[in-house]
Design a binder for this molecule. Structure first.
Ligand SMILES: *[C@@H]1O[C@H](CO)[C@@H](O)[C@H](O)[C@H]1NC(C)=O
Ligand SMILES: *[C@@H]1O[C@H](CO)[C@@H](O)[C@H](O)[C@H]1NC(C)=O
Ligand SMILES: *[C@@H]1O[C@H](CO)[C@@H](O)[C@H](O)[C@H]1NC(C)=O
Ligand SMILES: *[C@@H]1O[C@H](CO)[C@@H](O)[C@H](O)[C@H]1NC(C)=O
Ligand SMILES: *[C@@H]1O[C@H](CO)[C@@H](O)[C@H](O)[C@H]1NC(C)=O
Ligand SMILES: *[C@@H]1O[C@H](CO)[C@@H](O)[C@H](O)[C@H]1NC(C)=O
Length: 409
């Protein structure tokens, strides 16, 4: 994703504003605690935990990072044969290692320990699919690494990638499938090619999702995301098809287009998915760390060279857009009113603290670097994606808490 384009944006609404707006409708992730302090049941629908019971409420997304080099990382980079060169920071020269050793500690309970075998058992004869952009793909790679480290016989798993939008990971022993489907804007767009999608202009067909959705609808667990590809002031929308020449194009304010796209998504889900049978998740925005001055660093620097966390509680950078978060919440509320349950996995705040977690220069460079770039490493640093093992492992642990430890449908 073009870094310059991300830098251009920067919506300055403060998080306090939304905090005030988040009142009734927020999907509240209360967790009842069992006696040993592990989340046991997660109320799915009405969001308010029954505090008449013995448990306290636990919001898994409110907490802090704790250095823990005993239980982390959950797998070794070089041992995961499905690792991506975009995320393998150690392989590409990153020497500091602490980014791999942080555990997310919710304030009032513990995250359940990830157990790959248990997840595979839950996914037996089932299909889980991640749908979205490269952030979601990174999270999927993380999940595949976490799960495959529980599979001892390498013959009992495979990955299938034939260059289409769909990549499949499968455990033969459990007949469990974990897929990734590339659709960075969820609806149809001119960025749908899984490899050639860096186009100067972004065009979306705001009402068209079937071309993609028919490949992922028939799943038991669906994990969606879509955020960074929207970050420009205006988006060109197309009424008509990409193939025909008589389509009508219109520039529309991005926030409005994002809202329409999510409407298209939720209408599709309502008609085609029974949320009593299929678990639906939406990953909230993954923050970027493009401007060091936001956290008190040097002007014109970014995440390059960062190896510690931001310790200001409640820190939010300008890489996150609260307006877009609110649109997602509105979609979830709307679905809920119509009897559909989709859970937001609120990773935004917890990832904000992790300016140390990005690959920066330690990843495969697809194009040769120019001399002036080499002299100025921050100019080509990737402050968007996340090193693995690292932050996305924790996002998956949060998912795991819902999938394995939550209520079953
Ligand atoms: C996400 O979690 C953070 C930290 O608990 C919280 O401040 C924020 O309001 C949450 N956002 C949403 C949309 O739930
Ligand atoms: C964890 O870190 C501490 C302090 O840096 C060190 O003394 C200890 O040996 C480390 N433990 C492991 C398992 O690496
Ligand atoms: C992981 O789950 C499996 C199956 O439920 C269980 O047999 C095993 O003991 C668990 N492992 C750990 C370390 O808890
Ligand atoms: C294997 O899993 C798929 C779902 O991914 C399911 O449709 C199929 O019936 C399963 N096969 C068997 C033999 O249970
Ligand atoms: C690639 O795989 C997808 C899904 O498995 C299939 O629909 C498509 O036809 C395959 N394409 C090629 C070129 O093999
Ligand atoms: C889902 O479950 C609820 C509660 O059991 C039920 O009222 C509703 O009709 C179910 N929806 C579908 C589509 O089966």
């Amino acid at each position: 994703m073009a870094k310059r384009q991300l830098l251009m944006l920067g919506i300055r609404a403060s998080f306090h504003t939304i905090a005030a707006v988040l009142v009734a409708g927020v999907i509240f992730t209360a967790v009842y605690l069992s006696r040993n302090g592990l989340p046991k049941e997660i109320p799915q629908r009405d969001g308010v935990s029954d505090s008449g019971e013995s448990g306290r409420e636990c919001n898994l997304f409110e907490g802090k990072w704790v250095y823990d080099n005993e239980s982390y990382p959950l797998y070794k980079e070089e041992e995961c044969k499905f690792m991506s060169d975009q995320l393998a920071c150690e392989k590409f020269g990153r020497k500091d290692s602490s980014y791999r050793f942080w555990r997310w500690q919710p304030h009032t309970c513990d995250l359940p320990r990830f157990n790959g075998t248990k997840l595979l058992e839950r996914l037996r004869n089932k299909r889980m699919v991640y749908v979205g952009d490269s952030l979601n793909r990174g999270q999927w790679v993380s999940m595949v690494c976490m799960v495959s480290s529980a599979i001892t016989n390498p013959k009992l798993m495979y990955m299938h990638n034939n260059g289409s939008n769909l990549i499949t990971f499968k455990s033969l022993e459990y007949n469990a499938t974990i897929d990734f489907y590339w659709a960075p804007l969820l609806v149809e767009s001119n960025s749908d090619d899984p490899t050639n999608h860096r186009l100067p202009e972004r065009i979306v067909r705001i009402q068209s999702i079937e071309k993609h959705a028919r490949h992922w609808t028939e799943s038991d667990i669906i994990v969606l995301n879509s955020y960074l590809w929207w970050r420009r002031p205006h988006i060109k929308t197309l009424w008509g098809s990409f193939e025909k020449l008589d389509g009508i194009y219109k520039e529309v304010e991005m926030v409005r287009v994002y809202e329409m796209a999510l409407q298209t998504l939720s209408q599709w889900l309502e008609v085609h998915v029974n949320s009593n049978l299929t678990k639906l998740f939406f990953m909230s925005m993954s923050p970027t760390h493009e401007r060091a001055e936001e956290w008190g660093g040097k002007v014109k620097q970014n995440c390059y060279g960062e190896n510690s966390l931001i310790d200001k509680e409640g820190y939010n950078g300008k890489g996150s857009d609260p307006k877009m978060m609110r649109i997602v919440e509105n979609m979830l509320d709307g679905l809920k009113k119509r009897g559909m349950n989709m859970q937001m996995i609120n990773i935004t705040q917890l990832s904000e603290y992790r300016k140390d977690g990005h690959p920066s220069i330690y990843r495969k460079q697809w194009e040769a670097l120019k001399e002036d770039e080499i002299l100025n490493p921050s100019s080509y640093s990737d402050c968007i994606h996340w090193c693995l093992p690292g932050v996305p492992d924790v996002w998956n642990q949060l998912l795991y808490a819902y999938i394995v430890d939550g209520h079953h449908s």
